[in-house]
Ligand binder design. Structure first.
Ligand code: AMP
Length: 189
């Protein structure tokens, strides 16, 4: 059973790699950013509220995110494992997740950090062309990452769950390393 959190700054390749690995091992890829973008596209009340934060590169308030994640992890497909991409994003989300997993009797296998230098991230993000990838928003997303998300590296290191992978390589090489990590996790029970 593989239940993995993908950590790493915006532009590290989390979404791409998470999708590839999820297909390989046939478990759901749960991206909070993707769920939010669908809510925005459908103009739901949640989407309309979330958009104001997403457009600025800010985190959407926990109050809007936490129950969304609880709901998603409680769906039947998540019983066979999952890859979380973009959640948790701050320490209170990580504490919530720890508590939620205990409640639903699931255990996180690993938190994988895709490590990529800052100047590579900026170039990648500006080349991507997503609605929230303007230069100002990109810079703010990186500031938010350093302030709020990076502390999770210590959080998961202290839990003995952190695995760091060099993400500044051709995507296929990163995928190969991730496959090895997943194989070792699968054989752990
Ligand atoms: P992502 O696709 O993960 O880069 O997320 C895009 C945007 O969605 C972020 O810049 C945030 O505004 C919002 N977002 C995604 N996941 C979260 C989360 N776990 N907590 C708060 N905001 C989030």
């Amino acid at each position: 059973m593989v239940r993995v959190i993908f950590l790493g700054p915006p532009g590290a390749g989390k979404g791409t790699q998470a999708q590839v690995l999820a297909n390989l091992v046939q478990i759901p890829h749960i991206s909070t950013g993707e769920i939010l973008r669908q809510e925005v596209a459908q103009q739901t009340p949640l989407g309309l509220e979330a958009k104001t934060y997403m457009d600025k590169g800010e985190l959407v308030p926990d109050a809007l995110i936490l129950e969304m994640v609880r709901g998603r992890l409680s769906q039947s497909d998540a019983a066979s494992g999952w890859i979380l991409d973009g959640f948790p994003r701050n320490v209170s989300q990580a504490e919530f997740l720890t508590q939620l997993l205990a409640e639903i009797n699931q255990h996180c296998s690993a938190a994988i950090n895709l490590d990529v230098p800052e100047q590579v991230l900026i170039a990648r993000l500006l080349g991507r062309g997503r609605a929230d990838d303007t230069e100002e928003t990109v810079r703010n997303r990186l500031v938010v990452y350093h302030q709020q998300t990076k502390p999770l590296l210590d959080f998961y290191h202290n839990l003995g769950l952190l695995v760091t992978i060099n993400g500044d390589r051709p995507p296929q090489e990163v995928t190969d390393d991730l496959r090895q990590v997943f194989t070792s996790l699968t054989s752990q029970v």
